[in-house]
Design a protein around this ligand. Structure first.
Ligand code: ZN
Length: 304
């Protein structure tokens, strides 16, 4: 099956595309990290042969499904380059990198949120009516970022949760909705607890974790000044290969995220990359333009 990178990619298409990779490249390992609230599997793929590993995660947010395609294209390009020995993205020797490193990829952490954003509340089965009420009675879900319970997954991690809650209240957020509600307690959502469990499992050999979001062409690397010593240097490497800007989060975006939890609980460099520039959801026709800058970031993370 030919992968169309310039078309909207929902959950089903993502899993179809992903399943073609181990067929073409049997050296890859594939599996599941867990399930979403609505019972959708959350798959991962592993490439490379080294003990030391990096972890790349896409689509925490419903409107950001293009990031799943960046990761699938990264897998395809890396495996092809490993096979051919050809250097890519301005000189990365992927055959060498993957001989010494492994890369774990979770392309779509929030499959329910992606489906709701693309196709509306009908995709949410028994949660349909509750979702519509969380969306203020509106049947248009094109700005939906959360999971099917209205929890913003990137506010549900155990990092400054109380401060996150205080800021939610300051923004008038007290319950589930399209964005920013952090849930009842840290890791309350199955998608988040699955990723935390998977990250803890990889932790002894994990050298960095990267979560792809859209948009802004920015690289976030710190959490309240507690980032490990290599974080800033690596963020600057990412900036050098992409032209993206190294940034510090402000306000409600400063707490409760995956990067924040990896840094503060595991002490491992972790990053939020805001891919592309424009208005979410970014148009599928921008895929190649954005991917060109994202690919060298992902290869740098793999090689570090
Ligand atoms: Zn996001």
């Amino acid at each position: 099956m030919e992968i169309d990178y310039e078309a909207v990619c929902g959950y089903e298409r993502m899993t179809e595309y992903l399943s073609t990779i181990p067929e073409r490249f049997p050296e890859t390992e594939s599996g599941l990290i867990g399930m979403s609230i609505l019972g959708r599997d959350i798959p991962y793929l592993r490439i490379g042969h080294g003990k030391s590993a990096s972890l790349l995660v896409g689509a925490h947010h419903g409107m950001e499904h293009i990031t799943s395609l960046f990761l699938i294209k990264f897998l395809e390009d890396s495996l092809s380059a490993e096979r051919s020995g050809v250097k890519i993205a301005g000189g990365f020797d992927v055959r060498y990198i993957l001989a010494h490193r492994s890369v774990y990829v979770v392309p779509m952490l929030n499959p329910d949120g992606v489906e709701i954003e693309i196709s509306g509340a009908e995709t949410a089965g028994p949660l349909r009516d509750r979702l519509i009420s969380m969306n203020g009675g509106n049947l248009n879900f094109s700005s939906w970022q959360a999971n099917a319970r209205g929890v913003d997954l990137n506010h549900n991690y155990d990092a400054g949760f109380d401060e996150c809650r205080r800021l939610e209240h300051a923004h008038g957020i007290y319950s589930g909705g399209p964005t920013r509600y952090g849930g009842e307690y840290p890791e309350s959502e199955p998608e988040v607890s699955a990723l935390c469990r998977f990250t803890r499992f990889l932790c002894p050999n994990l050298h960095c974790a990267v979560a792809l979001h859209t948009q802004g062409e920015e690289i976030y690397w710190d959490y309240l000044g507690s980032a490990p010593k290599d974080s800033r240097m690596l963020a600057e490497c990412f900036a050098n290969v992409s032209g993206y800007q190294v940034s510090s989060p402000e306000g409600i975006a400063s707490y409760g995220g995956y990067k924040d939890w990896v840094i503060s609980e595991l002490g491992i460099p972790a990053f939020t990359i805001e891919c592309g520039y424009g208005k979410n959801p970014l148009p599928p026709s921008d895929f190649y333009k954005i991917y060109e800058k994202v690919l060298p970031i992902l290869l740098t993370a793999a090689a570090f």
